[in-house]
Design a protein around this ligand. Structure first.
Ligand code: BES
Ligand code: MN
Ligand code: ZN
Length: 491
């Protein structure tokens, strides 16, 4: 179902006669609305203590007198932060699930930065239904989402934030959808087809390399990982050109392991199905390009996606094997389950040819990162304080947060090998950091950052599913690199 977002001016008075299937009204104790049916309703509900001021608690009213909309959901916007607003909107939208409205209107009292986005993302996330391989699932009927602000001035000022919100929703949706698809429905070839589709959009270009080209490039490390699988590997090169060709691009590198069995160092059975999500880094790059196609910012971006399966087989890579990376460094593979870094290192070497201003890789790289940071913040590593700061700030703004971890040289001790230039693992301790130290060896030519999204990319348990992270973070970061921001242009 394609969801259309609209930005509209509606104060509480106008909202009373607005035609929609459901009105969600964010209320705050600070509001001093002019007299109207809805304002009266809110004030009465408060007086009778039926309207809780704590966020994510809502009051549903069916066919209130004098109101055109058949359903009204009052929900407190709490402290006014984007984070709480997201919770509040999500709770309100979830309460409408049974009614399955085609048209929702969300009335916000104001739209300070990021709140519009938080509201839009909450509506989209809450109404998302995975149907690709589940015909029995009832897709949401939601077609039209109106985000309303009380004054014309506010609507005008929010124009750019609204476009950004819309683009982010589209990008997150794409990342989520491809993250969720099972490995037999999301092969390297499928991901390459998604990229080719994006490549047809304005300002976009896409090139897909197959086994022969990849071998010719000397990507011995990437090739070695793919060897145990019958699915052919792909190397995807996406390019978005929104600025002069002379402007150095940002390169995004996404880990695209469409299924990670661990290879010969086979993973244990329980929850192994979740290793279909091991391409969420790749999906986030695809999602970010989708968003760029919507916004057309004045920047250049390259997306690189090495994608393959990690399978055990007669021809699979074995523990102890020594392989030669595109950089020329040899790697002793002590554990075939540390495959992400083996495909990323060749992509990082390839990135050099773009003379990038920065390279950011995004990967579901280590279980150790999940132990460190849980499912709230992605792990952030960087050789540049400026880049780290910009990514951190972007994560805060997008409600897609990350946290910086160190890269002290001492952490690389364990990667020493008697048989190759470097080993691919260094034991359990500090596993997220030692993985980053491995990658760092391939990033000498540019400022580099690494996002370990192992804990952020998907949810387990009953809510099992991809989150679409960190598309929001990446999009905010990229927009921040513009010389003249789109926000200024829009004015
Ligand atoms: N894709 C996994 C990382 C992962 C595991 C993410 C569990 C989320 C949940 C990665 O390829 C992997 O297997 N990493 C190993 C590295 C180890 C062998 C050094 C890990 O984390 O166990
Ligand atoms: Mn693995
Ligand atoms: Zn993996």
């Amino acid at each position: 179902m394609i969801m259309n977002f609209e930005l509209k001016t509606l104060d509480l008075h106008a909202a009373g006669t607005h035609k929609t299937d459901a009105l969600i009204i964010l209320v705050s104790a600070k509001d001093k609305p002019a007299k109207s049916v809805l304002a009266q309703l809110i004030s009465d509900a408060r007086k009778s203590r039926d309207l809780d001021e704590s966020p994510a608690k809502f009051l549903s009213i069916w066919r209130p007198q004098g109101v055109t909309a058949p359903r009204v959901v009052l929900v407190s916007s709490g402290d006014g932060s984007a984070r709480v607003l997201r919770q509040a909107v999500a709770a309100a939208v979830a309460s409408l699930k049974a009614a399955n409205p085609a048209h929702i209107t969300v009335c916000l009292a104001d739209a300070t930065q990021n709140r519009l986005q938080a509201a839009a993302q909450a509506v989209a996330d809450t109404s998302y239904v995975y149907t690709a391989t589940k015909p029995s699932a009832k897709a949401s009927d939601l077609k039209r989402v109106v985000l309303a602000l009380p004054s014309v001035e506010q609507t005008k000022a929010a124009k750019y934030d609204f476009e950004l919100a819309r683009a982010q929703v589209a990008g997150v949706l794409l990342a989520k959808e491809w993250g969720n698809r099972p490995a037999n429905h999301a092969t390297p070839t499928h991901l390459a087809d998604v990229a080719k589709g994006l490549g047809k959009k304005a300002g976009m270009q896409c090139q897909v390399l197959g086994p022969k080209d990849i071998e010719k490039l000397g990507m011995g490390s990437f090739t070695a990982v793919a060897r145990g699988s019958v699915e052919p590997l792909r190397f995807i090169v996406l390019q978005y050109t929104g600025a002069a060709k002379t402007v150095a691009p940002t390169v995004l590198v996404g880990k695209g392991i469409t299924f990670d069995t661990g290879g010969i160092s086979l993973k244990p059975g329980p929850a192994m199905d979740e290793m279909k999500f091991d391409m969420c880094g790749a999906a986030s790059v695809l999602g970010t390009f989708e968003a760029l196609a919507h916004l057309k910012p004045t920047i250049n971006v390259v997306g690189l996606i090495p994608t393959c399966e990690n399978m055990p087989d007669g021809s699979a890579l074995k523990p102890g094997d020594v392989i030669t990376s595109m950089s020329g460094q040899t790697i002793e593979v002590l554990n075939t389950d540390a495959e992400g870094r083996l495909i990323l290192c060749d992509a990082l070497t390839y990135a050099t040819r773009f003379k990038p201003s920065a390279v950011i890789d995004i990967a579901t790289l280590t279980g150790a990162c999940v132990i460190s940071l849980g499912h709230v913040r992605s792990g952030l590593f960087s050789t540049s304080d400026d880049l780290a700061h910009a990514l951190f700030t972007a994560g805060e703004a997008a409600l897609d947060p990350c946290w910086r971890l160190p890269l002290d040289e001492e952490y690389a001790e364990g990667l020493k090998s008697n048989f190759a230039d470097v080993a691919n693992v260094a034991g359990r301790d500090g596993g997220a950091i030692t993985a980053a130290k491995f990658l760092q060896r391939f990033t000498k030519d540019f400022p580099w950052a690494h996002l370990d999204i192992a804990g952020a990319a998907w949810k387990s348990g009953v809510a099992k599913g991809a989150t679409g992270r960190p598309v929001g973070l990446l999009l905010h970061y990229l927009l921040g690199t513009q010389k003249v921001s789109v926000a200024d242009k829009a004015k």
